[in-house]
Design a protein around this ligand. Sequence first.
Ligand SMILES: [Zn+2]
Ligand SMILES: [Zn+2]
Length: 109
Amino acid sequence: MHTHCLSCGRALRSAASQARGRGRHCAAKLRAAAKAADLRDYKAHQLEAARELIEDAAIIPIRGRRIYRAVSSDGTELYTTARQACTCPAGRAGRDCYHRAAVAILTAA
Ligand SMILES: [Zn+2]
Ligand SMILES: [Zn+2]
């Protein structure tokens, strides 16, 4: 449950918005961004994981709109993610990870 929108910080009133972590407007903007973002470097399963990460509010901005904190899939670790880098094992190995795909979507919104 979220009391404030993860995108714009406004208070969330409806139960659906609180569960989603975003107001209707910001959720719609994010859906549009998922289509508009340059995601050619990512595979379909990574994009699916990225969308889930965003929907679960498991990736949230920690510094402006450039640096994000992502929760690992088993929920035990936190990664710091930007458009071009991520502290997860794949990211540290220099590979494209779905955390970065999520940031690409979020920053395109
Ligand atoms: Zn919002
Ligand atoms: Zn990563």
